[in-house]
Design a protein around this ligand. Structure first.
Ligand SMILES: *Cc1c(COP(=O)(O)O)cnc(C)c1O
Length: 393
């Protein structure tokens, strides 16, 4: 008999009942160190007091009014995002996928309004992830996402990850936009180099194609800048934000330049919940903490410390790990042993890690993790690696 919850996930047999910072308490009382943070969502850890206060204060005032009326919390958060980024305007959603949907609509509408309605082609990179909607799976293109769900939304073309020549070969005046994650998350923590980011921007500019950056996983301070694009010195036309921006409350956003957004006039898009007072109260509180030089400097310092410890871990377990990769506190351990074996051994050591493609383990801790907690996480990874080495001998 089918489970009352649609069985699309194979879940670990763990039930968490309480969270505090980087720690989660299981129903049986065990305390797990959380190096996944809800897949890069809980940027300030679990039950953060500042976020809890923002949420409960708003909950006592007003939950929801709809976008038929002005929403001051939404306007305040939009102003902050515009002030902190390349963007001139913002649309709020409840998830990353919805932000991606709007990006694709926006790019096509842009060219439609420029009297080039045939200009619909969107180029994406293999190994990418843009959500599970029909547009999102068509954009990512991988068989494991699209199998059985055809006919797919038309107009997407895929080039190998990081293959700038292949991108150039596909680029012509039919291309509406290029979409990519500056650091691929699900694809196995694969960063585009700064040089590649610059080259992609130039190739787009040659024909006027819009550049869409999906920073749903790598944004909101994760790489040590507020947004990952800042490292490369270029800026996009459209950017997708979600996960960390709500700190655990469902919230996403599309950010765009005035030019890129020019086709999106009243009535062309909408959302019932998008940008509602509860979500935006939390989003404002997250931004106030994360979008400061002091906080981001700490992320960079911690990232350096964690990376160094992980390099040591990899060096002492060459039969389990191959390399450390990634950026900031978005780190991947490329494995020699099956990544799921290591993750399962981690559960036994009361440590939570997240798998990714390419046999990688993702480490995406809360950005305010302490030095002691990072040391403890690596000690538990060492235990997990020992378990896996023993098992294979
Ligand atoms: C998680 C993710 C999405 C989808 O976001 P949802 O909130 O799950 O809809 C899209 N793109 C990237 C890069 C992601 O990591």
């Amino acid at each position: 008999m089918i489970s009352s919850v649609l069985p699309t996930y194979s879940r670990a047999p763990l039930t968490f009942v309480k969270g505090e910072g980087c720690w989660l308490t299981e129903a049986d009382g065990r305390r797990f160190l959380d190096m996944g943070a809800g897949i890069a969502v809980n940027v300030l850890g679990h039950a953060n007091s500042v976020l809890t206060q923002a949420l409960t204060e708003q909950a006592g005032q007003l939950w929801h009014t709809s976008n038929l009326y002005e929403i001051p919390q939404q306007k305040a958060l939009a102003d902050k995002l515009v002030a902190a980024t390349f963007a001139d305007t913002t649309f709020f959603t409840n998830s990353g996928t919805e932000a991606c949907e709007l990006a694709i609509k926006m790019a096509r509408k842009y060219w439609f309004e420029k009297d080039q309605p045939e200009r619909v082609k969107i180029i994406a990179f293999e190994g990418s992830f843009h959500g599970r909607s029909s547009a999102g799976i068509a954009a990512a293109g991988a068989e494991k996402l699209t199998h059985g769900f055809g006919p797919l939304l038309a107009g997407f073309v895929h080039v190998p990850f990081g293959d700038i020549d292949a991108l150039r070969a596909e680029m012509d005046s039919d291309v509406a936009a290029v979409i990519l994650e500056p650091v691929q998350g699900e694809g196995g923590i694969r960063p585009f180099s700064d040089a590649d980011m610059k080259a992609i921007r130039e190739i787009c500019d040659e024909v006027g194609a819009l550049l869409i950056l999906d920073e749903i996983q790598c944004g909101m301070g994760r790489t040590g800048k507020l947004f990952a694009y800042e490292w490369s010195g270029i800026s996009p036309d459209i950017m997708l934000v979600a996960k960390g921006i709500g700190g655990g409350f469902p919230l996403g956003a599309l950010l765009a330049t005035e030019n890129a957004a020019s086709g999106m006039t009243a009535g062309t898009h909408g959302s019932t919940y998008g940008g509602n007072p509860l979500a935006c109260a939390v989003g404002n509180a997250v931004m106030d903490v994360v979008a400061t030089d002091e906080f981001l400097a700490e992320v960079n310092r911690k990232a350096g410390t964690l990376r160094q410890k992980l390099e040591g871990l990899v060096a002492s377990h060459p039969d389990v790990f191959e390399e450390v990769r990634g950026s900031g506190l978005m780190l991947g351990l490329k494995c020699v042993a099956p990544n799921l074996d290591v993750i399962n051994a981690g559960y036994s050591a009361e440590l939570l890690m997240v798998p990714a493609a390419d046999n990688v383990i993702r480490l995406l801790p809360a950005l305010n993790i302490s030095d002691d907690e990072m040391a403890e996480a690596v000690a538990r990874m060492d235990i997990a690696a020992n378990t896996v080495s023993k098992g294979s001998k």
